[in-house]
Design a protein around this ligand. Sequence first.
Ligand code: ZN
Ligand code: FE
Length: 258
Amino acid sequence: MIEIELLPVMSDNYVCLLFDPATGTSGVVDPGVAEPVLARLAELGRGLDWILLTHHHADHTGGLPALRRETGARAVCSRGDVGRIAGIESGTDVAVGEGDVVTFGALAVHVLETPGHTRGHVSFWISGEETLFCGDTLFALGCGRLFEGTAEEMWRSLSKLAALPPSTRVYCGHEYTASNARFALAVDPDNPDLRRRAEEIRGLRERGEPTIPTTIELELRTNPFLRVGDPAIRRRLGMEEASEVEVFAELRARKDRF
Ligand code: ZN
Ligand code: FE
């Protein structure tokens, strides 16, 4: 079973350290900075084989040059991001797209294209472990902002992630859950699962603990961006007859102003 450790870095980013004990393979997802990753690897007495990058934003990739220099690890990134991530080396690194599989030790990492936040955004799905790394696409109780994509693209990406097995553990790129919960309660106030979860989140954050991983099942019950078909949410928005994409776009626009 893969070992996953969360490293909170900068104001609210998460870097994930991965380790496959069966093969000794070591990896990191979205290292926005290198120093805390190198320090933790040194404590663990581990090298680094793979650097998985969900999208080109600096808060997810800034640590790449130093990590490569210090460890010799290879990067995996979206084909569309090759030209815009500082430190990608086309001879060494692996450029991927939908359906590609990267071998991580004894594990298969499947690439899912999830554009919307950025046009090159990918998510990594470790099928044998029911574990997902989705960067800034799906957040606990929220979703990424639409910087380069349309609401329709983001809705399609979120639907792809929502269709993964319900027990999938979801690791996202930021600790935004408390503020996401406030918005979720504003549009879905009578959802008992959401109210309970918002209480739990408050407790976790008061103790300085992370609110992730979440699961697909929990998001389906509580994340308004995955619940655009819900009659109560539609009624609140006055959008009973609208399409799913239209409801999603309205929720995303309201969250931007919230
Ligand atoms: Zn981003
Ligand atoms: Fe980010």
